[in-house]
Design a protein around this ligand. Structure first.
Ligand SMILES: Cc1ncc(COP(=O)(O)O)c(C=O)c1O
Length: 400
């Protein structure tokens, strides 16, 4: 069965009537993931690669370490049970995650990644009369879903220190439906303090839910906003196993919030969970060394890359996460295209920052290859690149 495209869902008349129809129709709206955005940016390269895993892929905020040893073993061991939907694993992993977060199990919903609850939150809490408020630049998927819901978007520039300007965000619209705070932020890898998040929760319009996307929190020293969920506030937190746990291709994520808020997401869809994703998540949660060990590995590689960038006088935004932005002083897509010729695939640029490129922290040897290719690209004179090489700017102008 073919799925409706964004265009159909968003086109004037049809969008409004579409939104008034049963929520079942909305389930058909596409859930976008980092993989979609990275692929679209790659398609805009002059040199589109033949697909292969050869080359350095530091364009989609993936974790090159992959699933942990314990997670791999758990996946291998569960395969003979792959013919089952496996409700016992479903309940046990939710219970374990809820215990570790310090909330009752009914405050937790499991999904195949955090993209589904991000999408469903936008659909559930925004509408033509309830806007979506976010930082700029930030991760695009929530905004895209809010556009499908017909919501007005208030994209508030990040503060000077690259945190979310939560004071401006809460003032953006007295009828806001969803305030999206990505902490640490994708693409900048910068954090927003707990005090700033507390401010947003205390001062938000009564109509708004605060959605704190903690996809990258384990990579940083940022403080989780989980205490607001425990206090019964209008706050939902998202967690994914795609980042520090290295399970982007295996899939598992969670939404944490008051049961009545989670119930609203359920109206838009739920994830049939792969047994492999659930068992790998459980094994990862039971491994107390995993988070600190990987946090250090990724931070060491990131900081070595920052030292090299500094020594070579390249401007970048200091990040606490597995991605960072470099100011390449020309349209980012030029550098992306030049590096793609070396099979080094870096991330996209955002419309708000067209001269920055996002780079994901890879393995040390991948970052060595990155350095060679980046230096070569930056030494190539900037040109007015031939636009015909670029398939398109994103339809909504969110990235270039
Ligand atoms: C900020 C943020 N939130 C959510 C996601 C969704 O990740 P996934 O669906 O793989 O869990 C991503 C993916 O990169 C992300 O960067």
């Amino acid at each position: 069965m073919s799925q409706p495209t964004n265009e159909i869902a968003c086109s004037g008349f049809s969008r409004r009537s579409f939104l008034r129809t049963a929520s079942a129709s909305l389930v058909a709206a596409p859930i976008l993931t980092e993989a979609h955005f990275a692929r679209a940016a790659m398609m805009s390269n002059a040199a589109i690669p033949e697909f292969s895993m050869k080359g350095v892929y530091i364009d989609a905020n993936e974790n090159p370490l992959g699933p942990s040893e314990n997670a791999r073993k758990a996946i291998a061991d569960i395969i003979p049970n792959g013919g089952r939907y496996a409700p016992p694993v479903y309940f046990s992993v939710i219970k374990l995650f809820a215990e570790q977060m310090g909330v009752p199990a009914d405050h937790v919903m499991i999904y195949d990644g955090s993209s589904p609850p991000l999408h469903y939150s936008s659909l559930a809490f925004t509408s033509p009369s309830r806007s979506f408020v976010c930082g700029n630049p930030t991760y695009e998927a929530g905004q895209r879903a809010a556009e499908i819901a017909g919501a007005k978007i208030h994209a508030i520039p990040l503060a000077k220190d690259y945190s979310h300007d939560t004071e401006a965000m809460v003032k953006a619209d007295p009828n806001a439906g969803l305030i999206y705070i990505c902490n640490p932020n994708n693409p900048t890898g910068t954090t927003t303090s707990k005090a700033q998040i507390d401010y947003a929760v205390a001062n938000k319009p009564a109509s708004a839910v605060v959605l704190v996307d903690e996809a990258y929190i384990h990579l940083s020293d940022a403080t989780s906003a989980i205490d607001h969920v425990k206090a019964g506030k209008d706050v939902i937190i998202l967690r994914t196993f795609s980042k520090i746990y290295g399970m982007a291709g295996i899939r598992c994520g969670f939404a944490i919030g008051r049961p009545d808020l989670l119930k609203k997401l359920e109206n838009f869809g739920q994830s049939p969970m792969p047994i492999t994703g659930m068992i790998a998540a459980q094994a990862s949660l039971m491994d107390a060394d995993l988070v600190p060990t990987r946090k250090k590995i990724i931070a060491d590689t990131r900081n070595n890359t920052f030292a090299w960038l500094k020594a070579n006088k390249y401007d970048f935004v200091p990040s606490e996460s597995n991605c960072f932005m470099i100011d390449v002083k020309r349209p980012g897509k030029e550098i992306r295209a030049l590096m793609a010729k070396d099979q080094v695939y870096i991330g996209r640029s955002w419309a708000a920052w067209p001269n920055h490129v996002r780079v994901t922290v890879g393995l040390p040897e991948e970052m060595a290859t990155f350095q060679t290719s980046f230096k070569k690209a930056m030494s190539t004179p900037a040109t007015a690149m031939n636009e015909r090489h670029f398939v398109r700017r994103s339809e909504d102008g969110l990235y270039v």
